[in-house]
Write a protein that binds this ligand. Structure first.
Ligand code: AMP
Ligand code: MG
Length: 317
């Protein structure tokens, strides 16, 4: 899809227009103190699918949820005393906390990659704050660049990568930190440094004691790191042309099913539906049942969907 990407000024009118685009499920890049983020409504499955599409990400790795205040953060994540203390000290600022996801959070499962944890932060940038306040809800926002390219620290960097692929860029000047946020895992047990970034590890260690160096949620280095990753309990058969006896069929495009990822073969819709349909099919199939799923093209969002399906279909121990 080719859009004509608007450049919006950091004025009340610009923020209001950006918030309107976000409410309609569109994407707006905005400055934070770390790098420019590619924002979409974190509660809207289609908007979040569009983030992966615009960036050309080959995987559904989880995204950071940006909020305007601690009260909004507490709608999505469970804070204990330690987490509240850390938030009080470092927010707003370049520190992302990974915390248990609330059951009633209402975020799109694509944001958390269907994990039981959520990464959340409150950015320290007047433009990001004004946008979050105008929008009034949570924004999923990875860096506003094509996957694999350098993170953008100026509006023109965003334009050169994503022009035509997103609805708007909010002008926000140059990013002060220029580094990604530090990611601190507080979801279970000892605090983990999941990614170094704008807040030095030493500063956190002075408060929390030695930090375990944690892996990437997508490339688990320790057993169990992906344990809470949702995989259907039913067996999953890929590239199916139709169901075998007893299978729940998930269709795509011309291949029909009991459920369909997208009847007209739209990959954004398929990505938006993916985790919801896997759960529905799993319920329909029952614990000893089986699910068959139609083939999806290995292009655009199809790559990320197929990556997720291959991992869900892999034998589990
Ligand atoms: P980016 O959006 O490109 O800044 O990357 C976000 C980073 O946060 C990635 O490295 C993710 O793996 C990490 N992340 C997001 N959510 C979680 C989570 N629930 N658990 C662990 N890491 C996460
Ligand atoms: Mg990035």
């Amino acid at each position: 899809m080719s859009l004509s990407t608007q450049s919006l000024p950091a004025t009340p009118q610009g923020f209001a227009r950006a918030a309107e685009i976000l409410r309609g499920g569109g994407l707006v890049a905005f400055a934070t103190e770390t790098v420019y983020g590619l924002g979409g409504d974190a509660t809207n499955d289609l908007a979040v699918a569009r983030i992966f599409e615009a960036k050309g990400r080959p995987r559904f790795n989880p995204l950071i949820v940006h909020v305007s205040d601690l009260a909004m953060a507490e709608r999505f994540a469970l804070f204990d005393t330690r987490a509240r203390q850390i938030a009080a000290q470092f927010w707003p600022g370049p520190l992302t906390l990974v915390l248990p996801l609330r059951k009633d959070a209402g975020l799109s499962p694509l944001v958390t990659s269907d994990l039981e944890t959520v990464a959340i932060r409150l950015p320290a940038h007047p433009g990001a704050m004004a946008l979050l306040q105008a929008f009034g809800g949570p924004l999923a926002a990875p860096s506003a660049n094509i996957s694999g390219r350098i993170s953008p620290t100026r509006a023109e960097h965003v334009m050169s990568g994503l022009s035509g692929r997103i609805a708007a860029v909010l002008e926000g000047g140059a990013c002060a930190v220029g580094l990604e946020s530090t990611i601190l895992g507080l979801a279970d047990g000892a605090p983990q440094l999941l990614r170094p970034g704008g807040v030095p590890a030493e500063t956190l260690e002075a408060l929390l004691g030695p930090l375990t160096i944690g892996g990437d949620a997508n490339k688990p280095s320790a057993p169990g790191q992906l344990a809470s990753h949702y995989a259907p309990s039913a067996a999953l058969r890929l590239n199916a042309e139709g169901p075998r006896p007893g299978e729940v069929m998930i269709g795509f495009g011309p291949v029909p099913g009991d459920l369909t990822l997208s009847a007209h073969g739209d990959l954004v819709e398929a990505a938006a539906q993916l985790f919801h349909l896997l759960r529905r099919a799993d319920d329909l199939a029952g614990p000893k049942g089986a699910i068959a799923i139609a083939a999806l093209p290995e292009t655009g969002l199809g790559r990320a969907i197929n990556d997720r399906l291959r991992r869900a279909a892999a034998p589990r121990g």
